[in-house]
Design a protein around this ligand. Structure first.
Ligand code: NAI
Ligand code: 15L
Length: 275
């Protein structure tokens, strides 16, 4: 049954972590219709305008995250390590950081979280395989492992404490697709904003897993099991198909065989950040 936008009203507050990052900077300024006040948070202060306020906070600081979430509002959780990195960094920003975010949500009464997961949680599936919300995870990096952990944290906080999450395994969210692989994985920022709308206005969200890609002709992901949200991507990578450099290597090379692309070829990233 479709969920109508009138089901749950505009929020008084929307909190965005990772607001200084690539996606954070693309979405800011496009959230006014979803909330009266948009709270932008990253490690350092971020530039604000209109209905935005800046509240810097390190995700490793539980008290700081509690202060950020005090007063409620939905959370768009984009903060964290967004590439492969030594375990120390993954541990701090993604494992401790995600626990702190969900624990602060429970303690401060936040009911709804958008969790920015990644295609690297499933990156070792071959490109010929169509995945859906029930596909097993096959992380391709320690970074991908941290996203599987984040998805489990989201699910646990829903089942046990009722904190709802929309888990989005984002493909490649950039202004435009950068290579042949991204013709399949690309997601436009406007399609992401439309998804925030479904998440915020849905009367019941639950804890669905979705794949974050636009309406691209080449597709490895099937979102039909979460069609109850009524999200329909409207953009497509096809506009960039002609003229995209042919960088599809030999078809048996791992970076061409697997959905995670070049991430599957990375070696162990080490444990500690260099001094
Ligand atoms: P990004 O690396 O540009 O931004 C991440 C932000 O998180 C940075 O501004 C950084 O300062 C902040 N951050 C990191 N550790 C922090 C900490 N301990 N405390 C507070 N802030 C911290 O990443 P991007 O591209 O904007 O991605 C956002 C999220 O979406 C990430 O979680 C990433 O894993 C996920 N994602 C992004 C994809 C994309 O295509 N851009 C694809 C798949 C997932
Ligand atoms: C990700 O998870 C990264 O955060 C992003 O920078 C891209 O590499 C993206 O995946 C991708 O697979 O294209």
């Amino acid at each position: 049954m479709p969920i109508f936008e009138t089901d749950r009203p505009k929020r008084s507050r929307l909190i965005v972590t990772g607001a200084a990052g690539g996606i954070g900077q693309m979405i800011r300024g496009k959230l006014d219709h979803l909330a009266d006040e948009v709270v932008l948070s990253d490690i350092d202060d971020v530039e604000v305008s209109g209905n935005e306020v800046s509240r810097p906070c390190d995700l490793t600081d539980l008290d700081g995250i509690r202060a950020l979430l005090k007063g409620g509002g939905d959370v768009l959780h984009f903060g964290g390590q967004s590439m492969e990195a030594p375990f120390e960094r993954i541990l701090n920003s993604n494992l401790i950081g995600t626990y702190n975010l969900y624990e602060a949500a429970r303690l401060e009464g936040v009911r709804r979280v958008f969790f920015a997961s990644s295609n690297h949680a499933i990156g070792f599936h071959p490109r010929e395989e169509m995945l859906d919300a029930d596909s097993v995870t096959r992380p391709d990096t320690l970074y991908g492992v941290s996203k599987v952990y984040g998805e489990a944290m989201a699910r646990f906080y829903y089942d046990k404490f009722g904190v709802e999450s929309l888990i989005l395994r984002i493909g490649s969210c950039f202004p435009k697709p950068a290579d042949q692989r991204q013709l399949a994985t690309w997601m436009s920022v406007d399609d992401m904003i439309r998804l925030f709308g479904r998440m915020i206005h849905a009367h019941r969200l639950g804890c669905p897993i979705l794949y974050g890609a636009s309406d691209n002709t080449e597709s490895w992901w099937d979102n039909s099991k979460t069609a109850y949200l009524g999200w329909q991507p409207q953009d497509s990578s096809d506009a960039w198909r002609d003229g995209m450099p042919d960088d599809y290597w030999h078809p048996d090379e791992p970076k061409a065989r697997y959905q995670g692309g070049i991430f599957v070829t990375y070696g162990h990233p080490g444990t500690k950040m260099p001094e």
